[in-house]
Design a protein around this ligand. Structure first.
Ligand code: DC
Length: 225
């Protein structure tokens, strides 16, 4: 039996994490947060003293990653690395830099490929990432690509970090986002681009409910609901 897959790709701050979660909840399907796997790889490197640029060593870390995901009673998904809850530390700015650096290494992407595909289990999978529709699940039944302007994504991130009590500068965040966009979209392997058959949805100046409604419409067009 083919397990149905919906891919939700896009840059950070486009809303794909929230939309992916909501969609998986709505359908009662599994969720793959592929960015978390790259973040955990970066974190495991820090723990093991492996340089993020040392491709063979990072690939080895990725192949042997002892990671699993657990649902907390709050509904939050906990990321457990070698028995330790790393959910918070992987979401820091440094965690993002590590993820983006190791994600540019072809053999690291290769090492994580089969692990990502194993998430496709009945009754279905919502896969959130950058290359879900192009590389990991090219035969997915429905592909969504979410975008938003860099300015709006920086502002969303700024509000999130301020709410968490972190002191951040908006111009610095915008600079970081633009730098990361460039790195993610210009890398040789699995660059951040929409699949040819993806629905591209721009979430700039729209609230999450409006975007979710449009996503559901697209999923409906593919006869998945
Ligand atoms: O979605 P996120 O912000 O947690 O992703 C963290 C980093 O991992 C981001 O810089 C891009 C990279 N990534 C990737 O290259 N491919 C994916 N499928 C998911 C994330």
């Amino acid at each position: 039996m083919t397990v149905p897959v919906i891919t939700v790709d896009g840059p950070s701050g486009s809303g794909k994490g929230t939309i992916g979660h909501r969609l998986a909840d709505h359908l009662g399907w599994h969720l793959l947060d592929s960015g978390a796997l790259y973040r955990v790889t970066g974190q495991a490197c820090l723990q093991q003293g492996v340089d993020w640029q040392d491709e063979p060593a990072v690939a080895q870390v990725a192949r042997n990653l002892d990671v699993h995901f657990e649902s907390a009673p709050t509904g939050e998904v906990l990321v457990i690395l070698a028995g330790e809850d790393v959910s918070r530390v992987i979401r820091t700015e440094e965690g993002g830099r590590g993820a983006s650096t190791v994600a540019a290494l072809p053999s690291v992407r290769d090492a994580l490929l089969s692990r990502q595909r194993e998430f496709a289990q009945a009754p279905g999978l919502v896969a959130d990432g950058r290359d879900m529709g192009t590389v990991v699940f090219p035969a997915a039944q429905c592909k969504i690509f979410l975008t938003a302007s860099a300015e709006e994504r920086a502002e969303r991130r700024y509000k999130q970090l301020i709410a968490k009590g972190e002191s951040v500068s908006l111009p610095r965040l915008l600079e970081d986002i633009e730098e990361r966009d460039l790195r993610d979209s210009s890398r040789a392997v699995s660059p951040l681009v929409p699949a040819e058959d993806a629905f591209v949805i721009d979430s700039t100046a729209r609230n999450i409910d409006e975007v979710f409604a449009e996503v559901l419409e697209k999923v409906g067009e593919k006869a998945l609901i």
